[in-house]
Write a protein that binds this ligand. Structure first.
Ligand code: UT7
Length: 338
């Protein structure tokens, strides 16, 4: 666990971008495949439709597109980027997909690597990136959250298949002498509850040579104990956010936007009600995209910034949570040009 930390040297959030697949699958269409219906999905989750990567698209394309939009908003020369972190649990290459994005962007001076923390991935990547900026070792970082859970969902399991979708989002952050965008953060893990939500390897062993086997590289579809994960989220997210607000002596009334991992509208509403945050300040695009894992937070941020809801100087209370189990929170000011 990394404990809360005050960021004394300045970090500025200066760009964001997002990209989603073209193909939309609505709830009625899923009802033709599994025993579900629009009424159940909307009332239990808030989701109406989700996007799924088709054969003319790829996760790397979406991630590259999202990053490029963030870089353009920040008005950066790509050669000035020091680091690209791709938060994903669904890379196209298990050795890492970030270097391919670096190459697509022609960001030849940037080092690039993947980071895996499921639905907390973007928040963990943001905090990781901030360490390089705070230490002064880097000046400009692109943090991407992108996932293609449609590859790993069991499309015949109604308990999970209605929840997830594909997408990508990104932010551009840089050191700043005057403004400190990242007020504080906290991250936690509890591996003892990891069995509640898995995309785990299949235990298939094949003969290698006489007297020796090897494990086949193969993963099982996503499995989730939805109720357990729900209870975990509505318990832990208010605690971690509340501790951050207390630590930095910020009244919940000062929060301009509540930006949570988009897993379930009922979770968003429950957390908002714990802090008496009115629904107008709760960002949600679940109905359009479902749960895009590491992408939900930057995808939602980008939509709210480009839709001129989040404005420069606004205070955002953010929390990611999910498999691991893992969860985290950050308080930041948006300082982008919109
Ligand atoms: O991103 C990582 C974080 N993930 C999350 O935060 C997910 C957290 N969990 C949840 O959002 C909710 O638990 C779910 C949306 C997954 C499920 O909602 P729930 O209110 O906890 O439903 P449930 O699992 O308790 O199921 C209630 C009933 C069951 O039927 P019975 O046993 O009461 O007859 C299910 O079989 O609803 C049934 N059901 C469905 N019915 C129609 C479950 N899935 C469906 C479905 N359509 N898709």
């Amino acid at each position: 666990m990394i404990s809360n930390s005050q960021c004394d040297s300045g970090i500025s959030f200066v760009g964001c971008g997002s990209s989603t697949p073209q193909k939309i699958i609505n709830n009625d269409q899923l009802g033709q495949r599994v025993d579900t219906n629009n009424e159940w999905i909307q009332s239990r989750t808030g989701i109406s439709e989700r996007r799924v990567i088709g054969d003319n698209e790829s996760l790397i394309d979406l991630a590259t597109d999202a990053a490029l939009k963030a870089i353009r908003m920040a008005n950066w020369d790509v050669k000035t980027i020091d680091l690209i972190i791709l938060a994903t649990s669904t890379p196209e290459d298990l050795f890492g997909s970030a270097p391919k994005i670096q190459s697509n962007l022609e960001a030849s001076n940037a080092v690039a690597f993947d980071l895996t923390a499921a639905c907390s991935g973007f928040l963990f990547a943001l905090v990781t990136a901030s360490q390089y900026l705070i230490s002064g070792s880097m000046k400009r970082v692109v943090v991407i959250g992108a996932d293609q859970l449609s590859k790993w969902v069991d499309w015949d399991d109604r308990k999970t298949c209605v929840l997830f979708g594909d997408g990508a989002g990104a932010v551009a952050i840089e050191t700043s002498g005057e403004k400190n965008g990242l007020i504080g953060y906290d991250m936690k893990s509890d591996g003892s509850k990891g069995g509640c939500l898995n995309l785990s390897q299949a235990n298939t062993f094949l003969d290698l040579v006489q007297g020796a086997t090897h494990q086949k590289g193969e993963y099982l579809p996503i499995k989730m104990e939805g109720k357990e994960v729900y209870k975990f989220a509505v318990k832990e997210v208010p605690i971690i956010l509340g501790e951050l607000l207390d630590k930095y002596k910020i009244d919940s009334e000062s929060i301009d936007w509540l930006l949570l991992h988009q897993a379930n509208q009922r979770i968003l509403d429950a957390v908002a009600s714990r802090f008496s945050i009115p629904s107008e300040k709760v960002l949600s695009n679940l109905k359009d995209y479902g749960n895009t894992s590491a992408a939900t937070i930057p995808l939602m941020l980008d939509e709210a910034v480009r839709g001129q809801r989040i404005k420069s100087g606004d205070l955002v209370a953010c929390s990611g949570f999910g498999a691991g189990l893992s969860w985290g929170a950050a308080l930041f000011y948006w300082h982008g040009p919109y």
